[in-house]
Design a protein around this ligand. Structure first.
Ligand code: FAD
Length: 461
């Protein structure tokens, strides 16, 4: 792939569209947006731009398209597969200043937002209306970044991923056209589903400039549960049974023994050093919550649970989820000066025990630490491996590769929620087949004929 550098003439054109305060070639600004939260190598773009409207985003793309300059959208930079790294330099198109709520349609359980708003900030604003946006990746990701990666997280088991919570979008195309996709109707069947074509496309097909999201009412009763088991096999068997029980569980997380021990020691939670499940259960009434909790306890005890704590206290539940969501930060505090191999695969729930067992073996045969957590209710597994030297990095990569291939064999996917980015591109043909990947390339060619949008991602270049 060849692109032109950002010349002085292009900078002048960008400045005339955006105003001089909304672009910068300063190294510090480019460094800040050279790498996401993954271990993939940093790359500097040549200029960072901060458009303030959909029209301005489209104008930036038109300039880049006409001049064959690479453009990489940037939300909050919290990706874990190198998704927003500007591999080919050019323009970093930051949506950070487009962070407003455009309209709240509370009676329709919908909100229209600009893409740069953080989902946590959005939920704080929605709380006073008794509503929230359910997908919950943990880091304060932007809505645009969540749409682009089809982010998921702890609550997907009940509310779905980002793709299940979007109704309509405004999208700027590579050549500078602005289109609207989807509608505010919950039911939609009018023609090709362009809305979901852009979701999960990682900024390679267009840039989301506005989004209308589905909201849900805040539940009346939210319970938190911690259950520990003597073995991984028992914990995972309990996951499968909990999912089959008909219980309406809002979050069902697996945390292995090593991670439970580390979090108990560092974060002051009492999770012990055994394989652990964390759960959240939503209910309209205290009585139904109690009945649900009794069934959860029965299932966990049938699988030999050695610890069972349930709470409806808000502070205790929030502490539990804060500990889970900040797990990576805690690990980075403990493993100072380490780098990280982060794995993300998902399989059908019935295959989850086989996947976890395979992953443990892949780690054990290489003497790698077993730090495994997962959004188990969705069959999603993450392995987190700290490393300092090249030999361990290579072992961690080999283990990751084996686990990815096994997940695909088990009818699953190479990435449940982090997206393809750089790291998973090599698995696309194995997962989808050559013909399907050719169809993806044709779509890319149609929507972005000069290949300027987030080049080097999704496809092996
Ligand atoms: C500690 C930690 C925990 C995490 N846990 C989870 C988890 O549980 N579940 C999960 O799904 N993810 C998780 N993530 C990953 C990350 O938060 C998500 O991938 C998130 O969607 C990234 O959003 P962002 O705003 O940071 O986007 P960025 O990282 O800035 O960008 C993501 C991608 O979107 C593109 N992009 C950004 N904005 C737009 C736009 N407006 N239009 C088009 N393309 C755009 C970028 O080019 C890039 O390809 C976690 C990350 C961290 C650091």
């Amino acid at each position: 792939m060849e692109f032109n550098p950002v010349s002085e003439a292009i900078l002048r054109e960008l400045s005339s569209v955006l105003g001089p305060d909304n672009l910068s070639t300063a190294e510090a600004e480019r460094q800040l947006r050279a790498q996401d939260m993954s271990q993939h190598e940093a790359h500097l773009s040549e200029v960072v731009v901060w458009p303030g409207s959909g029209r301005q985003v489209a104008d930036v793309l038109r300039i880049a398209h006409d001049n064959r300059v690479a453009v990489t959208p940037w939300g909050a930079g919290s990706s874990l597969e190198g998704n927003p790294i500007p591999l080919f330099g050019g323009i970093t198109l930051s949506l950070e200043r487009m962070n407003q709520i455009v309209a709240l349609h509370a009676d329709d359980f919908q909100v229209t937002v600009q893409p740069g708003i953080g989902y946590k900030d959005l939920n704080q604003a929605l709380g006073t209306h008794g509503l929230f946006f359910a997908p919950d990746p943990g880091a304060n990701a932007s809505i645009g970044g969540m749409l682009a990666n089809n982010a998921a997280g702890t609550r997907t088991v009940k509310y779905g991923a980002t793709k299940d919570n979007i109704l309509a979008m405004e999208v700027a195309l590579a050549d500078g056209r602005l289109i609207h996709v989807g509608s505010r109707s919950v039911k939609q069947s009018a023609g090709y589903d362009l809305l979901h074509l852009f979701v999960g496309s990682e900024g390679t097909l267009g840039v989301v400039t506005e989004a209308t999201l589905k909201l849900v009412p805040l539940p009346n009763v939210m319970s938190g549960v911690v259950a520990s088991f003597t073995s991984v096999a028992e914990a995972i068997a309990a996951v499968v049974e909990l999912r089959s029980s008909g219980l309406d569980i809002a979050a069902l997380e697996f945390i292995d023994a090593a991670t439970s021990e580390l979090l108990s020691r560092e974060e002051g939670v009492d999770w012990g050093d055994n394989p652990t499940l964390l759960m959240e259960i939503h209910a309209a009434h205290a009585e139904t919550a109690e009945l649900d909790l009794a069934l959860v306890q029965e299932i966990c005890q049938a699988h030999g649970a050695i610890r069972f704590q349930a709470t409806t206290d808000t502070a205790e539940r929030q502490k539990m989820w804060h500990t889970r969501h900040h797990m990576f930060e805690t690990m980075r505090r403990v493993f100072v000066d380490y780098q990280w191999q982060l794995s993300d695969v998902a399989v059908p729930i019935s295959q989850y025990p086989a996947l976890v067992q395979f992953a443990r073996q892949a780690l054990q045969t290489r003497n790698l630490p077993e730090f495994m957590v997962g959004h188990a209710g969705d069959g999603n597994l993450h392995i987190t491996t700290p490393y300092q030297d090249e030999a361990v990095r290579q072992h961690a990569n080999q283990a990751n590769e084996e686990v990815v291939l096994r997940a695909i064999e088990l009818g699953g996917t190479s990435t449940g929620e982090h997206g393809v980015g750089i790291g998973k591109a090599k698995f696309m043909v194995r997962e989808h087949g050559e013909t399907a990947v050719d169809v993806m390339r044709s779509l890319k060619q149609t929507l972005d004929p000069h290949g300027i949008l987030n080049p080097g991602k999704i496809f092996v270049s």
